[in-house]
Each structure stands twice: as structure tokens, then as C-alpha cells.
Design a protein around this ligand. Structure first.
Ligand code: ADP
Ligand code: MG
Length: 255
């Protein structure tokens, strides 16, 4: 099907969020097609994290609307219900169970999305299959029996992405996934995101411009709570307004 006939996986229209009169999001309109790997960039305070908070039901906006997967009105749906409907979010700090093995972490994560406590329940053959596929996808098949607490920083991040993937989200939200990673780990993460995009839509908030250049296709630039511009990474990077508000400010920060 041509992409223009597909309904968006996420459709945010005219959303405004105020904190004591300050507009963190200002009449923001933002939309994503299914299967997209979208990068959102912008200077500190642009409203990127607030956008993720709205999409996950954590923050209620003053006005606007947001539809997920053609039917769920995000703005009136509780956070935990949105998780069950297929929105997975990864925060910056990895939250894995340190004393459990990599395999056990994935096993536990399968249960997050179900009502019953499956931590100590036996996994079904289908679930076991899902865990193995996920281990391969995140590149931790050789670490399955390793305690998560002793994994390297990058490996913990991949495990956490795996813990979201076993819940089979339709939309994955990642806030600065390569922060604190070495170059090799960043490249591995970029390749991982491209592979994951074959099975679900991904929205990545990112600060690392080199990472964005290497792995982004479509980039949305936010500034003062709205979308400044949007397009292929090369076009966005040479856009004078983007250089002014984003890259220019980054240069200032370095001096
Ligand atoms: P970004 O992730 O792009 O750096 P944020 O979405 O975190 O930006 O923040 C956007 C603006 O909203 C910032 O000026 C921030 O200080 C403000 N803000 C975010 N969350 C809150 C909050 N809970 N209370 C008050 N101000 C907030
Ligand atoms: Mg942020």
C-alpha cells in the first residue's frame, strides 16, 4: 500500500501543554506513519520529553488531540492502558533487574503486559521462541545467562529495548538512547533501531548529531514547543533556521 493511504500510527494535532503559564508545547502538530523510524531533535527545553510525556499519557495537555493507531484517543486514556494498547517507552536510565539474568529479564518483561504475575510462571514455547528471537535481535544471545547487573552500559540499554520488544509494541519511544555510549555501541544501537523499525514504528528523541546523521532518515526539529521544520536529515541540517536555533546554540555552548 502506498504510504499516503495508510492512516498514521500517531497523529498529534494542535497540542498545547502549559506549566504555570509557560507553554512547553505550543499548538504542536506531529504525525508518524506505521513502520517509520523518526528522529526528533531540538535544543534543550524545546519540548521533546514533554511530547513523549503526552504520548504516553503521563502529561495531560490543555488542548489539542492525539490519536494512536487510528482509534485510541491518547489524551483520555490512562498510562497503563496505553502500554497494553502498544506504546512502549524507554527512559534514559536503564531499568533492568540487576540480580536476574538477561534471559530472566526478558521473561519477566513478557509478563508486564499481562494481568497475571508471570514472574515465576513457566513460559510457553511461543514465549520462549519470542525471547530467543529477541536475544538475537538485540545481539545478546551470548549473554542470556549473564546477570544483568554486570552488563556493560550499552548492553543494559539493548536489554531494556528487548524488554519492550517482547511486549510487542506498535510504537516504541526512546529518549536519547545513545547517551553515555561509546562509538561502537552507538553504531550497534543505530543498526538495532533500523532492524526494529521493520516490526514497529519508532520515535527517537536524540541529542547526538553524529548519530542522527548516520542513522536518521526523516528528522523533525522542535523549537519552543512547536515543529520548526521536518524532512530528510541532509535538508534539515542545511536549513538556516535549524542552524540558527539548534546547531548554532550547540556551538555557543562549546565556547
Ligand atoms: P526537552 O526534552 O526538549 O529538553 P522538555 O520537554 O523537558 O524539553 O521541557 C520543555 C520545557 O518545559 C522546559 O522549559 C522545561 O523546563 C519545562 N518543563 C518540562 N516539564 C515541566 C514540569 N513538570 N514543570 C514545569 N516545567 C516543566
Ligand atoms: Mg528531554
Amino acid at each position: 500500500m502506498p504510504s499516503n493511504t495508510r492512516q498514521p500510527i500517531l497523529d498529534v494535532q494542535g497540542v498545547t501543554v502549559s506549566f504555570n503559564g509557560f507553554r512547553a508545547l505550543n499548538d504542536l502538530t506531529f504525525s508518524m506513519s506505521p513502520g517509520e523510524l523518526r528522529f526528533v531533535i531540538g535544543p534543550n527545553g524545546a519540548g521533546k520529553t514533554t511530547l513523549l510525556d503526552v504520548i504516553t499519557g503521563k502529561t495531560r495537555p490543555d488542548s489539542g488531540r492525539a490519536i494512536f493507531d487510528g482509534q485510541v484517543n491518547i489524551l483520555h486514556t490512562p498510562e497503563h492502558v496505553l502500554v497494553r494498547r502498544g506504546i512502549g517507552r524507554k527512559f534514559q536510565t536503564p531499568t533492568v533487574f540487576s540480580s536476574l539474568t538477561v534471559y530472566e529479564n526478558l521473561e519477566a518483561a513478557i509478563g508486564f503486559n499481562e494481568r497475571v504475575d508471570s514472574l515465576f510462571r513457566h513460559v510457553t514455547p511461543q514465549q520462549e521462541e519470542k525471547i530467543h528471537t529477541t536475544l538475537q535481535l538485540i545481539g545478546l544471545e551470548g549473554r542470556a545467562q549473564t546477570r544483568a547487573g554486570i552488563l556493560a552500559h550499552g548492553e543494559k540499554q539493548w536489554l531494556e529495548i528487548g524488554m519492550l520488544l517482547v511486549q510487542e509494541p506498535k510504537l516504541l519511544l526512546l529518549d536519547e538512547p545513545v547517551a553515555g555510549m561509546a562509538r561502537a555501541e552507538r553504531n550497534h544501537t543505530g543498526e538495532l533501531l533500523q532492524r526494529i523499525a521493520e516490526r514497529c514504528s519508532i520515535l527517537v528523541v536524540e541529542h547526538d548529531m553524529e548519530f542522527v546523521r548516520n542513522f536518521a532518515n526523516l528528522v523533525t526539529v522542535m523549537h519552543m514547543g512547536s515543529v520548526l521544520t521536518q524532512g530528510p536529515v541532509a535538508a534539515v541540517q542545511s536549513d538556516p533556521t535549524v542552524i540558527e536555533v539548534y546547531i548554532g546554540r550547540e556551538r555557543e555552548a562549546r565556547h
